[in-house]
Design a protein around this ligand. Structure first.
Ligand code: EPU
Length: 432
């Protein structure tokens, strides 16, 4: 199992480029199910979850071409034949976003069989709201042997009000609605940029959608959709992770190929801690931290609030900020798995329910630590970049799910980070 060896202490300086958004690419790949024609996606991140979704689509009979060389960030998907409209447990258990195929499969093939996702490192993550919406659109839903089966000759437009805001739930039902008969009105929708990105692709395929990116989406169902070509927008969470990397190391980083418009809450919070954050252009942000960072409270919220996917990374930064920072997690019930590992590195963090109290600044000391999920891993990488000595991060396959070649990107701006296959425990600071 691969590990990272990271020696802390170097300020990150230079230019770092953001890849395409994993959480946009996943629903966009699922959207290809909605048409017999080819869908071509550009700026696809080369990460494990994309590879998993390719396998998922292929297991249903789709042809998925993931290109190599210079064109490696492009894929062409053709779902002319969907011989097996099913998401098997072997795949769903490794990637919960697999449930995104539910809506498009029922809409296009009239039926879907999707393994029920089990527990997850960051919380329960049920898909009851996806099912409730499909049922309202006329699907018959049954559950047995760990699978959900949904059937409908043709889905019917409906008035859907989400009981709580769900990102993939909004995307799943949006994909169901575009081929439904009549109009669908969706309220209390997620406003995340990933929903807008998906809607842009669906619109290019011929769907009639109004209001994506707001909490009310109106869809006029059409009989069929055509193929399209679409460029995935930049990954705002990868960009945010790099902004924290620049600030936490006292560096001077220029983050390119990002969308500053999607990063307002993160940039504002970093400014509050004393980092200097400047938008240099439509796709470029510069972050600098020349002086001490100060504590600032954060509370995760749905977009446009501070993203839960940045909470763990922000917590690493809070350990380096003077004062007490309260970090409140409102979206997931159990997203503090990184805390114990940060504490092993010397951080002073206490968790009470949904709130972590971080007292800083503490000099972190290098240690062998364990990654537990994607963003927790990112938090540990950031902590290791400022720790005294050499840290070893185990289970970096979590990182590979959503960050493209991050070790190369960080090394390119001065981080001492290496990926290793099989290595011995960490050396304490100061030892050669
Ligand atoms: N929820 C329900 N019922 C549902 C759906 C959601 O109770 O049917 C609850 C969840 O348990 C959670 C809350 O609603 O407490 C919000 O969950 P949401 O459905 O919005 O999360 P998701 O769609 O499963 C996506 C991202 C996550 C990101 C969240 C929140 C993708 C593929 N995943 O998950 O990304 O944290 O939205 O923004 O888009 C990550 O990239 O590391 C990641 C976990």
């Amino acid at each position: 199992m691969d590990k990272y060896v990271i020696r802390g202490g170097n300020p990150l300086v230079g230019t770092i480029r953001v890849s395409g958004a994993k959480n946009s690419a996943l629903p966009c790949m699922a959207a290809a199910i909605l048409t017999e024609d080819e869908v071509t996606l550009e700026n696809l991140p080369q990460v494990r979850d994309i590879e998993t979704e390719r396998k998922l689509l292929e297991s249903m009979g789709a042809a998925v071409q993931l290109e190599n060389g210079d064109a490696r960030h492009r894929t062409t998907i053709c779902c002319r034949t969907l011989s097996e409209p099913e998401a098997k447990y072997e795949i769903v258990k490794t990637m919960r976003a697999s449930s995104l195929v539910l809506g498009p499969l029922v809409a296009r093939a009239g039926m879907a069989r999707v393994a029920m996702p089990g527990g997850c490192a960051i919380g329960g993550r049920p898909i009851d709201l996806h099912l409730k919406g499909l049922e309202k659109m006329g699907a018959r839903i049954t559950q047995e042997h760990g699978y959900i089966e949904a059937r409908a000759e043709r889905l019917k437009g409906a008035h859907l009000v989400f009981d709580r805001i769900t990102v993939t739930g909004t995307e799943d039902l949006l994909m169901a609605a575009v081929l439904a008969e009549g109009e669908t009105l969706m309220e209390n929708c997620a406003r995340e940029p990933e929903v807008s990105d998906l809607a842009a692709l669906l619109t290019a395929m011929g769907a009639k959608i109004e209001g994506a990116g707001t909490s009310t989406i109106r869809v006029a169902g059409v009989e069929r959709l055509r193929g399209a070509r679409h460029r995935i927008h930049p990954d705002r969470i990868e960009a945010g992770t790099f902004l924290v990397a620049g600030a936490i190391t006292g560096g001077d980083l220029i983050v390119t190929n990002c969308d500053p418009g999607h990063l307002s809450a993160v940039m504002e919070k970093l400014r509050e801690t004393g980092a200097r954050v400047d938008v240099l252009g439509p796709d470029t942000i510069r972050v600098r931290a020349e002086k001490r960072l100060y504590a600032a409270d954060v509370s995760t919220e749905e977009y446009p609030g501070f993203p839960t996917d940045m909470q763990a990374q922000y917590m690493a930064l809070a350990t380096q900020a003077k004062g007490v920072s309260l970090v409140k997690e409102n979206i997931f019930e159990n997203r503090f798995m990184h805390v114990q590992e940060l504490v092993r590195m010397g951080a002073n963090i206490k968790v009470d329910g949904h709130t972590a109290t971080v007292r800083g600044a503490t000099q972190l000391s290098a240690a062998a630590v364990m990654c537990s999920d994607l963003r927790a891993s990112a938090s540990l990488v950031l902590a290791a970049l400022v720790a005294d000595g050499e840290s070893i991060l185990d289970r970096v396959y979590h990182m590979d799910r959503g960050y493209e070649r991050i070790e190369e990107k960080l090394a390119g701006v001065g981080a001492q980070i290496q990926r290793m296959g099989n290595i011995f425990p960490a050396r304490p600071a100061g030892q050669p």
